[in-house]
Design a protein around this ligand. Structure first.
Ligand SMILES: Nc1nc2c(ncn2[C@@H]2O[C@H](COP(=O)(O)OP(=O)(O)OP(=O)(O)O)[C@@H](O)[C@H]2O)c(=O)[nH]1
Ligand SMILES: [Mg+2]
Length: 282
């Protein structure tokens, strides 16, 4: 059986809204060996954490998330290269023509950045002590993964301003273009779950200002943006109850822990990463 190996040489950078769930997402990706992919053409999907930091994430999922606790907030480092990166390989079995099956392997590195970065990008980019750090955010990057807490819609305007600065700088510094995967996280929560199959519509309605910035950017510069819905915790039972217990809610979003670790079934984690690496939608 032929194996198509796609190796994304340039890393992906993950930057999200406050406590968007990026670290939880990566730990969940590392921990679950088999992942659900909605597309019927995907027969199976397996994720392998392939460097020590990624394997350590899997350990955190087992010993923190599964014990109904939260991960610590990701710390800001003085220099971009000090942030750990995680290496993953996604192996997909894809239905071909007639009875044929193809195997695809997609490997990539991803950086987990602290979420304060997106909120503060305007302050940050103009601060002299961070010039080098800011420059590194744009050099030789394969794509950006932008997880946004779906319940942080009252912060749309704040993030839209940062996104405007970020996309303008991206076009200037990276003329070859760079894709952005915008992922609405925590879609196990009922208010988001109902619209999980319409990511673009959900972003357009809940985050109209960010949507406008991204759509203008794609049209003017022929850059690529795609929208996704994800949940690291998933839903469970006959009534698709959110598999999460809410700890607190504010305009910045919702903090929660996993509710039923035995029924832990994340969804939507693979699609944005696959798209960033291959340019194809699953
Ligand atoms: N309901 C729900 N809550 C989630 C999900 N993923 C993460 N959370 C919660 O969201 C909060 C933040 O998660 P983190 O993974 O620490 O978020 P982060 O983006 O890494 O945040 P920083 O490291 O502070 O930048 C925690 O309370 C998580 O348990 C999810 O899929 N569903
Ligand atoms: Mg984090």
């Amino acid at each position: 059986m032929p194996i198509f190996h796609i190796y994304s040489a340039s890393p992906i950078i993950g930057i999200g809204s406050s406590a968007a769930g990026l670290s939880t997402y990566l730990a969940t990706l590392a921990y679950h060996q088999k992942h659900q992919v909605k597309s019927k053409k995907v027969l199976s999907c397996q994720v392998t954490p392939s460097n020590p930091s990624a394997r350590n994430l899997s350990y955190k999922a087992e010993n923190i998330l599964k014990k109904q606790l939260m991960l610590d907030a990701t710390q800001f480092k003085g220099s971009f290269c000090d942030h750990p990166f995680y290496r993953f390989t996604i192996t997909l079995e894809i239905k071909g023509l007639f009875w044929a099956k193809n195997t695809e392997e997609v490997s990539f590195d991803i950086y987990d950045m602290p979420d304060s970065l997106l909120r503060d990008i305007r302050k940050f980019s103009s601060s002299h002590s961070f010039t080098e750090y800011y420059d590194d955010l744009f050099s030789d990057i394969g794509g950006y993964f932008l997880p946004i807490d779906g319940t942080s819609h009252r912060e749309d305007e704040v993030y839209a301003k940062s996104l405007e600065k970020f996309t303008t700088d991206l076009t200037q510094r990276n003329p070859q273009g760079c894709p952005i995967a915008f992922a609405v996280t925590k879609c196990d929560l009922s208010e988001l779950w109902v619209n999980r199959d319409d990511p673009r519509g959900m972003v357009q309605r809940r985050f109209p200002k960010m949507y406008e910035i991204l759509e203008n950017w794609t049209q003017e510069n022929k850059e690529k943006v795609e929208y996704f819905t994800t949940s690291s915790f998933g839903v469970f039972g006959q009534y698709c109850d959110p598999n999460s217990i809410i700890q607190s809610k504010s305009k910045e979003g919702t903090l929660a822990v996993i509710r039923n670790p035995q029924e832990w079934q994340p969804f939507g984690l693979i699609e944005p990463l696959y798209w960033l690496c291959t340019g194809k939608m699953l």
